[in-house]
Structures are given as structure tokens and as C-alpha cells.
Design a protein around this ligand. Structure first.
Ligand code: SF4
Length: 694
């Protein structure tokens, strides 16, 4: 029965950081009819194929419906008692830093807030990190270095107002499809010039006026060359530069950068320099190709330097723009859900900030130093330094670099709790305690998209089985650990209001993240809440940042950072190929949701290795044959796809597939756990591998 049972419920898509509004209409058959929300500013009614197929991903098949302890079904009370006991015991015996939470950019902000409050304020450790570390930690670190705060300066509409849009390490067409459609439509009407900077010729190149297939890992060289050219052409905005530190050093580093290593034809490089410098309205969009690198933070600052030097930032149609991979990476940043953050963009290293947060929470203690970032956290698990680990809403045994090693580490941990909506994942099968969580359309809360717009996710379906909301599960454990008053909420509206009130305290300390206008939000107001841009405070409502030359650093001045491009690694003869990884258009992460909709496998149905004809010939690989890809960390078996979209020596494979029963698609198992030294973000975009016929 496909008849609507009630009127549409306004909610938000759970996939990418575009954050599209969705109308979900409950049907008499228990399902949902899905449409785009014409009133949501991010998508104005459009949905991509993933969002449009959300109704086909529902149902109980494969869901985790009950708590389990060591593989046996248990009651909630038994499971929660055990979790509270084991965490309390570990803390009592080994101290607060012997426990850790590994959470997710797919948690709602309210869930994230509770996790952060419990770990940093009550347990007293900062050992909470998130899969967002794998996604945009380098952008956070780059923003903080340049602006003094993790603030996205611009808005989506800037892509529509720009004369030139440069997309760096971003396959926007597949990874942020609605933003891509908005850009493509603007290009049709106003002739926007589009430049794609990517070693691989992706689908996004369909609308590119210029594709710069630079050598992998040479983004800092390209943007240093641009900065030097900006200076040479006399385009430094000296009025704006009066608000900046570091210009001289950044310029000197840029001017000393040799021309050669990008591998770009001279004519292409010149065209890029001409286009960027000639367009006052220029937006540089960047994503994982920039962030997921050993020099991720420098990559980000090399881009920011060019926008700062020209004053092309925080004004209509101008600015650098980090697009986030996950639906709520931004919400996680706001609550401080990363190991090196506090809450509401306050600093864990600042004693005044710590006192303010502890006072607001009336917490017994507060984390005094940054905690373990994702890669280090699982190393600590491996070494037995973490005695109790709680993984929520994510699948690190598949998605972390050196995934096989991470899986072994989790298996060896004294006590592991996994909260998830899915019964069988690479990670749930390693858990001592499994806790069934509610998923999209079953829970209430908020998410923040890449342009700082907060939107509601709303409940449209009943919770299946015994599943409970993540915030409630954590609050119930916190109460059992002795902190009943601080975790006593009736629902997510109260948590949202508390977070908004804390943001007002943070605003008083100079934080840009201030949504204190919402501090008295009631449950009915929360139900009706419209999407809004932060900040929302008595002093400021939404808008762009930094166009006025005011920054969040202690001095109020912006910072240009001298960037010294790293030497490229010599080729390893045992692993001579550099594997590039990424998403496909119609699947999401480990496919636990998108894998359920048959039509989402019509585009691409199995894991593959895209490689250049010259490489295929050299290796004796035929189209549609099987390739074995391996190195010291792991092995994957992939279908061969021969195409000149991939550069010679630089094959590509998607990240989504698991190898539950074989090593089929387990691509993250091949990626070494190398990280950017500043952000701690792993260099997931590249792995040295050997390839042979299987
Ligand atoms: Fe969902 Fe992203 Fe597609 Fe929008 S563009 S419908 S947020 S996956």
C-alpha cells in the first residue's frame, strides 16, 4: 500500500555534507515516500540519486534490534550496567585516559554533544575522536592556523556568484551532487569558468573549462606558484593585507618554489594562473584530495594564502570553501567532538576556556590536554593502553587505514562496545557488547552542513525492535556511572538548548560559534525549527566571515603561513603504483544503507581498479579481469577497468566494499597509517601498492 498515511515530515538527508532537505511521507505500508524539500535553502527541492532512494533503504533486514553481550541477547539494563561497570573499573584502576570513544560524523549534534560532555567533562579525558578525523581534520587545522578559528568563511551561493570556480581534489559531481548541479546551472546562465585540479579525470571534468591533471601530492606547489604570480602581477590587496601577519614569509616561500614538479603543461598552468588572477570573484572548493594527505594542513593553507593575499574571502562569490564529506562533520566540530577540541570552538589548551566549560557543565573535572587522534587511538588500543573502547555509528575495522591491523587491535581490546543500527559489520563482530541504535528517520536532532547551516533531522518512523537513540544510550550509561543530574534530559530539544546556552558562554569568550539565540528553545519550537546559518547570537546572525578583515586570532589579524612543498617519496620497487582512493556516485561509506537499494548498484555494482591502458598492458591485465592489489598492510581483489581517466602509475579504487569473506574490496587495508603531523588526518588518498593478475 503506497498511500500516504500522514503529511510529509521535513527532515535532512543523512549522506553528504551538502545537507539537502528531504520531505519524508509515511506510507500505509510502513515505508516512506521521499521527495526533495523545495523550501530547504541547500537544495531547493532537488535530490541526487542517493537521497532520492532513501525510501528503498529502510526495513528490518540486517538491523541490530536487541542488545547483545558476548553474542547472547541481553536486556538493556544488563548491557548498560555492564558498560558503565567496565568503564568505571578501567577509570578507577588505570585512570581516565585508559578509556576512549570513537564516534562518527553521522551522529546527530545532540548525540555528539552528549559524547563529548561525558568524555571531556565527567570522565575527564579527551580520548574522543571521530571518523571525521579521516575526512576534514586538515581543514580544521588549516582554518585555525589562518583564521584563529575553524570557520568556513563563505556560503553555497558563492559558487553561483563566482566568475571562476576551482575544484581541487574534489569530485563534486559524485561526492556532492546537488552542489555540483547548482554550479552547473550557474555556469549555464552566467558562463562561470570551472577548473578541476585532480590527477584523475573525474566526472566533474564534464563541466570543466580546464582540467589540471597535476602529479599527485603537488597541490602546495601549484598554489605557491599562484601566490607568487599574484605578487608578480601586483594583485596583492594591500588594504586587506594590513590585517594579515606572515605575508612576507609566505611570499618568500612561494617565490622559492621551483616550477617543475606539478608535471603540468606550461600552457595549462598559464591558463590557470590567468583565470584565477583575472577573476575577482573566485571560489576555490576543496575536499578529500587536499585533506587526506600527509601535508593536508599545508595544502589547505596554501589555498587560503592566495585568498587572503588578494582579500578574496568572505565576500559574495569569493573565498576558499571546504566541502565536508559527512552529513554532520560540521556539527561534530561545533560540539568539540575531536580529541584536540573542547566545545563550541573553545580551546582545550586554554585554562580560561576549560574553566568556563567545566563551570557550565558543573563537571567534576575537565580534560586538560588533547586526547588520542584516530590513528593513535587505535595504536593505543593495539598496545593495550586503552582498556575500554566505545565505537558509535562507524565501522573502523573497514574504514581506518591499515584496516586489518585496526580490526586485530579492536579484537584484542579488553572491552569493546559498539553501538550501531546494523547487526553484521566488520566492527560489530569484534564487540563484547552490541547496542542497537536508531537510525535516519527514527530519531530527532540537528545536523550542520558545509555552509554552517543547521537543519533538523526528524523522526518519521518508530524505533525498530529495542533500538534507542544514541544520546539516550550514553546518558543512561553516564547516570549509571554516577552523574545522573548532568545527563538528565527528556529529549534532544533540551540537549540542543543546553548546547546553544554553552555556545553563548563560548561567544562571551570570543568564540565565533555562538547560537545563543536558541538557548531557550522549547520542544515545540524545536519541532518547528527552520534551517538556519550560524552564528545566531545577539550580536550576529549568519552571513560570511573575514571579508571585513577581522579574524578570530588573539590579535584579531589573519595569518598567512609559509608553505614549503614536501619532497615526493621515492618510488618503492616492491610497491611501484600509487593507489588513489575515493567514492563512487551512488554508494556511501561501507554501503550498510545504500547497499540495500537495488537501483544504487545499477551504476557500479562491484569493487574495481581503474587503471591506465599502459599499466594494464605492462601487467598483462585484460578488461573485466581480476587484479590483486597488495602491500605489506593488506590485499584487495578488484575488477579491472582500463581507462585513461587514471594517470599512468596512479590507479584508482573505491572505498565502499568490504571483504567479509575474502579480501575482495578491502581497500583501506592497503593504506598505511601515515598522518598529517598537524591535523592527525590519515593520508587515505594514497597507498604504495603492487599489482598483479589474480
Ligand atoms: Fe543527500 Fe548529498 Fe545527495 Fe543532497 S547531494 S541528496 S545531501 S547525498
Amino acid at each position: 500500500n503506497m498511500q500516504p498515511a500522514t503529511k510529509p515530515i521535513r527532515t535532512t538527508c543523512p549522506y553528504c555534507g551538502v545537507g539537502c532537505g528531504v520531505l519524508a511521507t509515511p506510507l500505509a505500508n510502513g515505508g516512506l515516500a521521499i521527495e526533495g524539500d523545495p523550501d530547504h535553502p541547500a537544495n531547493k527541492g532537488r535530490l541526487c540519486v542517493k537521497g532520492a532512494a532513501l525510501g528503498e533503504t529502510l526495513g528490518l533486514r540486517g538491523r541490530l534490534l536487541d542488545p547483545y553481550i558476548h553474542g547472547k541477547r541481553s536486556s538493556w539494563d544488563q548491557a548498560l550496567d555492564l558498560v558503565a561497570q567496565r568503564f568505571s573499573d578501567a577509570i578507577a584502576k588505570h585512570g581516565p585516559d585508559s578509556v576512549a570513544f570513537y564516534v562518527s560524523g553521522q551522529l546527530l549534534t545532540e548525540d555528539y554533544y552528549v559524547a563529548n560532555k561525558l568524555m571531556k567533562g565527567f570522565i575527564g579525558s579527551a580520548n574522543i575522536d571521530t571518523n571525521s578525523r579521516l575526512c576534514m581534520a586538515s581543514s580544521v587545522a588549516g582554518h585555525k592556523r589562518a583564521f584563529g578559528s575553524d570557520t568556513v568563511p563563505g556560503l553555497y551561493e558563492d559558487l553561483e556568484l563566482a566568475d571562476t570556480v576551482v575544484l581541487v581534489g574534489s569530485n563534486l559531481a559524485w561526492c556532492h551532487p546537488i552542489l555540483y548541479q547548482r554550479l552547473a546551472a550557474a555556469r549555464e546562465t552566467r558562463g562561470t569558468k570551472v577548473v578541476v585540479v585532480d590527477p584523475r579525470r573525474t566526472a566533474t571534468c564534464d563541466i570543466a573549462d580546464l582540467h589540471l591533471a597535476l602529479n599527485a601530492g603537488t597541490d602546495t606547489v601549484l598554489f605557491n606558484l599562484l601566490l607568487a604570480e599574484i605578487a608578480r602581477r601586483g594583485l596583492i590587496d594591500h588594504g586587506f593585507a594590513a590585517n594579515l601577519d606572515g605575508m612576507e614569509d609566505a611570499l618568500a616561500a612561494a617565490q622559492a618554489t621551483p616550477l617543475s614538479s606539478t608535471g603540468l603543461p606550461h600552457a595549462d598552468l598559464t591558463r590557470f594562473l590567468d583565470l584565477w588572477t583575472a577573476s575577482e570573484r573566485v571560489v576555490t572548493v576543496y575536499s578529500q584530495g587536499i585533506n587526506q594527505s600527509e601535508s593536508g594542513t599545508d595544502n589547505v593553507n596554501a589555498i587560503l594564502n592566495c585568498h587572503l593575499a588578494t582579500g578574496r574571502i568572505g565576500k559574495p562569490g569569493m573565498g576558499p570553501f571546504s566541502v565536508t564529506g559527512q552529513p554532520n562533520a560540521m556539527g561534530g566540530r561545533e560540539v568539540g567532538g575531536l580529541a584536540n577540541m573542547l566545545a563550541c570552538h573553545l580551546d582545550i589548551d586554554n585554562p580560561d576556556h576549560r574553566d568556563a566549560v567545566r563551570g557550565f557543565w558543573q563537571a567534576p573535572r575537565i580534560a586538560e590536554k588533547p586526547g588520542l587522534k584516530a590513528v593513535d587511538m587505535f595504536r593505543a588500543v593495539e598496545e593495550g593502553r586503552i582498556k575500554a573502547l566505545w565505537i558509535m555509528c562507524t565501522n573502523p575495522a573497514l574504514s581506518m587505514p591499515e584496516a586489518d591491523r585496526v580490526a586485530r587491535a579492536i579484537k584484542g581490546c579488553d572491552f569493546t562496545v559498539v553501538s550501531d543500527i546494523v547487526a553484521q559489520t566488520d566492527t560489530t563482530r569484534l564487540a563484547d557488547v552490541l547496542l542497537p541504535a536508531t537510525g535516519w528517520a527514527e530519531k530527532d536532532g540537528t545536523v550542520t552542513n558545509s555552509e554552517r547551516r543547521v537543519s533538523r533531522q526528524r523522526r518519521a518512523l518508530a524505533a525498530p525492535g529495542q533500538a534507542r537513540d544514541d544520546w539516550r544510550i550514553m546518558a543512561d550509561v553516564a547516570k549509571r556511572m554516577g552523574w545522573a543530574d548532568a545527563f538528565d534530559w527528556t529529549g534532544p530539544a533540551q540537549i540542543f538548548a543546553e548546547h546553544a546556552a554553552l555556545s553563548g558562554v563560548a561567544g562571551g569568550l570570543g568564540s565565533d560559534f555562538d547560537i545563543s539565540d536558541y538557548r531557550a528553545t522549547t520542544a515545540p519550537e524545536y519541532d518547528r525549527m527552520e534551517p538556519f546559518l550560524w552564528p545566531q547570537s545577539p550580536s550576529r546572525q549568519g552571513g560570511r566571515f573575514f571579508g571585513d578583515g577581522l579574524f578570530q586570532t588573539p590579535s584579531g589579524r589573519g595569518r598567512m603561513v609559509p608553505i614549503f612543498p614536501a619532497n615526493r617519496r621515492p618510488v618503492d620497487i616492491a610497491a611501484p603504483f600509487t593507489l588513489n582512493t575515493g567514492r563512487v556516485r551512488d554508494h556511501w561509506h561501507s554501503m550498510t544503507r545504500t547497499g540495500r537499494a537495488a537501483r544504487l548498484s545499477r551504476h557500479i555494482a562491484e569493487p574495481f581498479l581503474e587503471l591506465h591502458p599502459r599499466d594494464a598492458e605492462r601487467l598483462g591485465l585484460a578488461p573485466a579481469g581480476l587484479a590483486q592489489v597488495e602491500n605489506e598492510h593488506g590485499r584487495a581483489i578488484l575488477r579491472v577497468l582500463i581507462t585513461d581517466r587514471a594517470a599512468p602509475g596512479h590507479p584508482f579504487a573505491p572505498i565502499h566494499w568490504t571483504g567479509e569473506t575474502s579480501s575482495a574490496g578491502r581497500v583501506s587495508s592497503l593504506v598505511p597509517g601515515l598522518t598529517d603531523p598537524i591535523s592527525g588526518q590519515p593520508a587515505l588518498k594514497s597507498a604504495a601498492v603492487n599489482i598483479s593478475a589474480f
